[in-house]
Ligand binder design. Structure first.
Ligand SMILES: [Ca+2]
Ligand SMILES: [Ca+2]
Length: 223
């Protein structure tokens, strides 16, 4: 016949085992989400002096016209997009990509078009200052007129750096390079795809049960 301490020990031991297994199996729970822009704008700099002068009516407009124009008539239109990273603060990011399409509007300029991509710590709203705010260079990509170019740019390290610095928004600046880079559009599919893993923090109730169970186990072992 089992003693009283043995009859209590087994159910408590099973309970502790189940709770520990639940805590362990919850680690590295993978999640993925598509984040739409909090802010999205095209900023016009003309005459070109490196500072934005106004917003274009089309939020996706991208252009650079500097060759063959008098200096005071040259202009540049860049696109800025900002995404809310605050839901991912404290999580372990696995993959962050800026995914978008570019549609060339001007078909009379058959050269390869190219633009630089920068990231910056944003604030969730479109500001003229986003044209020239401190930014991190990410990549240079090109596309050919007459095609719709699809791009997926890895911005994991940049997103991690912004969160580590206490920032809440990832800003992306799309900056056309070269002269006579005709009007193109960043289309409505510009999104941020984020995947991450959650390392769960045990709830207070779970911690309490684990603590009480351990205390009961210790007491029974000593008796
Ligand atoms: Ca200007
Ligand atoms: Ca901003």
């Amino acid at each position: 016949m089992r003693s009283r301490s043995q009859s209590i020990f087994l159910p408590v031991f099973r309970l502790v085992t189940v709770l520990l297994l639940a805590a362990v199996t919850g680690v590295n729970d993978a999640h993925a989400v598509t984040v739409t822009p909090s802010a999205w704008a095209s900023i016009h700099d003309g005459p070109i002096d490196g500072g934005g002068d106004g917003f274009n009516s089309d939020s996706g407009l991208l252009a650079s016209m500097v060759a063959g124009l008098p200096a005071d008539a040259a202009y540049k239109d860049i696109v800025i997009v900002e995404y809310d990273l605050s839901p991912f603060a404290g999580q372990t990011l696995a993959e962050v990509t800026f995914d978008f399409e570019v549609e060339a509007l001007d078909l009379v300029e058959p050269q390869l078009h190219a633009f630089d991509l920068f990231t910056y710590s944003g604030n969730g709203t479109a500001d003229l200052g986003d044209f020239s705010s401190g930014a991190t260079y990410v990549d240079t990509v090109g596309y050919t007129v007459g095609t719709t170019g699809s791009f997926s740019i890895d911005v994991l390290a940049e997103a991690e750096a912004i969160l580590a610095g206490g920032g809440a928004f990832l800003g992306v600046r799309v900056d056309p390079i070269g002269s006579r880079n005709p009007a193109s559009l960043i289309t409505g599919t510009a999104v941020l795809n984020v995947s991450w893993s959650i390392t769960p923090i045990p709830e207070p109730a779970t911690i309490l049960v684990l603590g009480l169970s351990s205390a009961v186990l210790l007491r029974k072992r000593r008796s």
